[in-house]
Ligand binder design. Structure first.
Ligand SMILES: [Zn+2]
Length: 393
């Protein structure tokens, strides 16, 4: 077999599930043909059009940020200031701030303006070796403006492998009755999005200040009826049994989960739903109840870590820092953090072709100037990326 390119003299953290831990190969190489990995493992003889000497640097799969809201307009720095002056997230939301403020600015923005702003937020992630990023809509809350956001998200695919998630069930529009909006989502928007393939999955925000479990159930029933997988913002501020609801619909992931009960965790384990932990929101909101990490371990629920990059509750533009926060605030191990931004983040997107260095996967690589993988978690505000390899095909 002849490769297009071989990255050799490397140390691999392959994340290969067939190997223990991070799937480490001390004297390794990655061979690529046509944008796909054809071999990853110990150095061996193989012909290639191009040989890249990695000079003993580490290679991981390209990183995956599996939960972001990075397409929006406006600026919520004023709310940050208000929170410092004592207002809670719920106070701000009830006073017409929060998601509503971003919705107004986003509706008014053109597609070109939204795309330019989103590229500016994506760039720092790419500079840290992110090659796959999930981006949610959810700041339009009308059919026209949500479709606009989905088009902008797809257009980001020029620079990264983008997973598009429809989050129409993020909040309620100011100009429509609650039940009418749920009907619009279920009867018009989801069928249109599925038919036109505008999104890869459907998400919802289940919380006292957002959608009730019954409303989410209607949205998820419509999504599944149209062949779309689901995800859920669950149990972030209270336990509305969101994890159990997500599991009932075989959700790809349930995200946040600070208040999830053990019963919900057992249901997630049975449905194979990934727990996406979002330490940036926990940090920004100065929360005190950490997600039940010990129970996720006990039940064998896979954990992913993401930035939750959004203008209100997590203006976190670094996946490396998200890992450090997950370790420091939630006590995730280095291994859990690194699997959480590679293999388990891929699972949260329903993808098997990214997040691992193994034959058949896309050749998305991050090459690092580090002595050991723990440095990626341990250091704060430090980016040791040497090179990002992204295969568009
Ligand atoms: Zn979110």
């Amino acid at each position: 077999m002849r490769a297009d390119r071989i990255f050799t003299n490397a140390r691999l953290a392959s994340m290969d599930p067939a190997l223990p831990g991070l799937g480490i190969v001390e004297r390794g190489m990655v061979a690529e043909a046509g944008g796909r990995i054809i071999y990853a493992g110990p150095i061996r003889e193989m012909a290639a059009a191009e040989m890249v000497d990695c000079e003993n640097r580490w290679i991981t799969p390209g990183l995956i940020d599996c939960h972001t809201h990075l397409v929006f307009a406006g600026n919520r720095a004023g709310e940050f200031e208000a929170r410092l002056n004592g207002a809670s997230y719920e106070d701000i939301s009830r006073a017409g701030g929060g998601i509503a403020a971003t919705v107004n600015a986003t509706r008014a923005a053109s597609e070109a303006e939204l795309l330019a702003a989103a590229r500016g937020r994506l760039a720092p992630l790419l500079a840290e070796g992110v090659t796959t990023v999930e981006v949610k809509s959810g700041y339009g809350l009308s059919a026209e403006s949500e479709y606009k956001l989905l088009r902008v998200i797809r257009a980001l695919g020029r620079d990264a492998d983008v997973a598009v998630t429809f989050l129409g069930a993020h909040g309620f529009p100011p100009d429509m009755a609650r039940e009418d909006y749920v009907a619009l989502l279920c009867e018009q928007m989801i069928p249109h999005i599925a038919a036109e393939k505008l999104a890869d999955a459907v998400d919802g925000f289940c919380e006292g200040i957002a959608f009730s479990p019954e409303e989410i159930e209607r949205v998820f029933t419509a999504a599944r009826a149209h062949g779309l997988r689901v995800k859920l913002h669950a149990d972030q501020l209270s336990d509305l049994h969101g994890a159990r609801l997500a599991a009932k619909f075989q959700a790809l992931s349930a995200d946040h989960l600070e208040y999830t009960s053990e019963e919900g965790i057992a249901a997630m384990a049975a449905s194979g739903t990934v727990a996406v932990l979002l330490p940036g929101a926990f940090y920004t909101l100065r929360e005190t109840q950490a997600p039940p990490v010990a129970a996720f371990r006990k039940h064998g629920v896979h954990m992913a870590v993401s930035t939750d990059l959004n203008p209100g509750t997590s203006p976190l533009n670094s996946l490396l820092l998200a890992m450090n926060m997950a370790a420091t605030q939630f006590r995730l191990t280095v291994e859990e953090c690194l699997l959480g931004i590679t293999r388990n983040a891929a699972a949260a997107l329903g993808r098997q072709d990214v997040g691992v260095l193994a034959a058949g996967a896309k050749c998305h690589l991050a090459i690092w100037e580090i002595e050991r993988p723990a440095e990626l978690v341990y250091r704060i505000g430090f980016n040791p990326l040497y090179k990002r390899i992204w295969s568009a095909s």
